[in-house]
Write a protein that binds this ligand. Structure first.
Ligand code: ZN
Length: 272
């Protein structure tokens, strides 16, 4: 069993859904692979927190926002006289519910942490990291799966009120994997997903005060590396279990491509 298979199996493994043989395969990989073992610890922590905390906390605004968006998307889906797609029928509840539960728990934790005197930046980092971990669970990584920025960038049109930076970095060793909408601080944000060998890099972005550009700054948290920067009114967070040096290189490439006049040429809006 390789790293990718192991990571895709972690949540089922944690939930005890595997046959003994299959579970043994996962366990064997975890005992020999430090990175996957770390990932396993993160999933385990998230699941435990979920079990311990969920019943005690009311659903926060972010949960309601996520459900509202899903309902809106469902209403925008083709009418019933077209054959309803089974995928759409089941995908919304599971995707939304699973993600919303984790976000609900993460938000609860953040509230507690904030009361403990930690800065809002630290809470933000925790929230971005939780979203990163959640995205590694099966079927959560991308809403649009494509290695072509001309597919991924227009996909965000109409889903967000800004246009995220999605440059092509494949030649530099960071292939684009796709994109998705996620939620940070209760609002929808863009996530561009890149790869580096078996590592996943999530790039979160959302609009901020345009007068406060900042160069990429590193942060390490719970065994993960983060890079955060601001450019031209957009705040970016890159998160991965990739080593700090390569993530810094990635952030520098992305940050440079985000300069006005650099990077990807504008693309036509997606057909309505
Ligand atoms: Zn591994």
């Amino acid at each position: 069993m390789n790293c990718l298979e192991t990571r895709e199996s972690l949540s089922a493994y944690v939930d005890g859904e595997f046959s003994p043989d299959r579970a043994a395969e996962v366990a064997e990989h975890l005992s020999s692979c430090e990175e996957c073992a770390r990932e396993y610890e993160s999933v385990l922590t998230t699941v435990r927190t979920l079990r311990d905390e969920l019943v005690r906390h009311r659903a926060p605004d972010v949960l309601r926002a996520r459900v509202r968006t899903a309902l809106r998307e469902a209403q925008l889906a083709p009418p019933a006289r077209l054959m309803p797609t089974p995928r759409r029928a089941w995908r919304i509840p599971w995707h939304v519910v699973a993600a919303a539960l984790v976000v609900a728990v993460a938000s609860s934790g953040i509230t507690l942490l904030a009361r403990g005197g930690r800065s809002s930046d630290s809470a933000l980092a925790d929230e971005v990291l939780t979203s990163h971990i959640r995205s590694l669970m099966p079927q959560h990584l991308t809403d649009i799966h494509s290695s072509d920025q001309h597919n991924v960038k227009p996909w965000f049109n109409g889903r967000l009120d800004f246009s995220p930076t999605v440059p092509r970095l494949e030649e530099q060793g960071f292939p684009l994997l796709g994109g998705r909408i996620d939620y940070v601080h209760g609002r929808p944000v863009a996530v561009a997903v890149y790869g580096r060998r078996q590592h996943v890099i999530n790039v979160f972005s959302w609009p901020v005060d345009p007068d406060r550009d900042a160069a990429p700054a590193p942060e390490a948290r719970h065994g993960y590396n983060l890079q955060r920067w601001r450019r031209d009114g957009i705040e970016y967070w890159a998160v991965s279990d990739l080593n700090a040096a390569e993530l810094r290189q990635f952030a520098a490439l992305l940050s440079e491509s985000g300069k006005v006049g650099a990077g990807v040429a504008p693309t036509a809006p997606a057909p309505k």
